[in-house]
Design a protein around this ligand. Structure first.
Ligand SMILES: Cc1cc2nc3c(=O)[nH]c(=O)nc-3n(C[C@H](O)[C@H](O)[C@H](O)COP(=O)(O)OP(=O)(O)OC[C@H]3O[C@@H](n4cnc5c(N)ncnc54)[C@H](O)[C@@H]3O)c2cc1C
Ligand SMILES: NC(=O)c1ccc[n+]([C@@H]2O[C@H](COP(=O)([O-])OP(=O)(O)OC[C@H]3O[C@@H](n4cnc5c(N)ncnc54)[C@H](OP(=O)(O)O)[C@@H]3O)[C@@H](O)[C@H]2O)c1
Length: 288
């Protein structure tokens, strides 16, 4: 049973496979039971010229576990849905669905998605999936959530889920971006947590650790460097990664994931999955 009471779903494969399947398979007709549902945009907030967040209606039948992703999109030029994988940034209990998106200037989807306004329609796939879920980790004391760029999206869901604080004594969310302005979504979110009716009382157990790589910032370096030189652990006042107590989720660019995976494995943690929970899990936030 999933934390939100829904069924635990098996991973259908690598996220890239899912995107390929979605692109290759024939367009779903509106009558197909698997066709995406049409949801209404409720709000849109632009953070930088590269990133924005939006909220849409959530169908009553749509269930997911905090940290999962789903296919969303718009009707394509020929009417065939143009869908992409998106992490759901809102927690599983939320009545609405939130997403945090990149704007790729010539991106087939996001060149258009970035123009949505409240009242517009967005397509929502019927099934969510993913590895960045509590079910894929064994119990621990401290949960690290390592993210770059829009890779913070699944963790925006997880840090708003009361289950996270029931499972872990401390939650450490790291977010690394090229530019300071790209941290804003995470900063606003973490600041709002203390007023959250469900997790507000636990907000003091969440640490938000930010680094910026291409602009001046009090912590101007990659998170991997902070791990290697020990600064991360000194700043947090905790011992280095320890498989006995630490659990890790990673989301962002493939290069960053590979580097953190290597550091995590070097510390003795083993990779988990829905089928075989262990000490760390990974998911890329974009293809390429
Ligand atoms: C499991 C999974 C979860 C994802 N979750 C999110 C999410 O929550 N938010 C989100 O914005 N995207 C997410 N993506 C990426 C998303 O699926 C699309 O790639 C993105 O929306 C761009 O779509 P596009 O059609 O405009 O361009 P695409 O043709 O899909 O991408 C063009 C190029 O843009 C770059 N790019 C794409 N997405 C990103 C990104 N997020 N950050 C930086 N560069 C990128 C890559 O270089 C890519 O090759 C996720 C991808 C996967 C596989
Ligand atoms: N962000 C921008 O301002 C910008 C603007 C135009 C176009 N783009 C393009 O958009 C794409 C994605 O850019 P993005 O900024 O969202 O993602 P990104 O290039 O993955 O960078 C996000 C953050 O992750 C860091 N990072 C990258 N590789 C890492 C690794 N192996 N280990 C640890 N940290 C790592 C980056 O540090 P480093 O800075 O040290 O790499 C950066 O701070 C790229 O193709 C880029 O060329 C980005």
């Amino acid at each position: 049973m999933a934390p939100d009471g829904g069924p635990v779903r098996q991973l259908p494969g690598h996220p890239a496979d899912i995107m390929t399947q979605a692109a290759d398979k024939p367009a779903e007709t509106a009558k197909s039971p698997n066709a995406p549902t049409e949801e209404t945009v409720l709000s849109v907030k632009h953070y930088t010229d590269r990133m924005f967040a939006f909220r849409i209606t959530r169908p009553g039948a749509f269930r997911f576990r905090s940290g999962e992703f789903v296919m969303i999109g718009l009707p394509g030029p020929t009417g065939k849905p143009l869908l992409r994988a998106y992490s759901i940034a809102s927690p599983s209990w939320d009545e609405e669905l939130e997403f945090f998106s990149i704007k790729v200037p010539d991106g087939p989807l996001t060149s258009k998605l970035q123009l949505i306004q409240p009242g517009d329609k967005v397509l929502l796939g019927r099934k969510s999936t993913g590895t960045l879920v509590h079910d894929a980790l064994t119990p621990g004391k401290r949960l690290y959530l390592f993210s770059t760029g829009t890779g913070i999206a699944p963790f925006a869901s997880i840090i708003r889920d009361p289950d996270t604080y029931e499972r872990f004594e401390q939650v450490i969310l790291t977010h690394t971006c090229r530019e300071v302005g790209e941290l804003k979504y995470g900063q606003d979110l973490v600041a709002s947590l203390k007023d959250d009716p469900l997790v507000g009382e636990q907000a003091h157990r969440l640490v938000h650790y930010t680094t910026v790589t291409r602009e001046p910032w009090h912590n101007q370096k990659r998170i991997t460097t902070c791990m290697e030189d020990g600064q991360l652990y000194r700043d947090l006042g905790v011992p280095p990664l320890d498989p006995a107590v630490d659990r890790v989720m990673v989301c962002g660019s493939m290069d960053m994931i590979n580097d953190i995976k290597a550091l995590t494995e070097k510390a003795g943690l083993k990779e988990g999955s829905n089928a075989s929970p262990a000490e760390f899990v990974i998911e890329k936030a974009f293809v390429g």
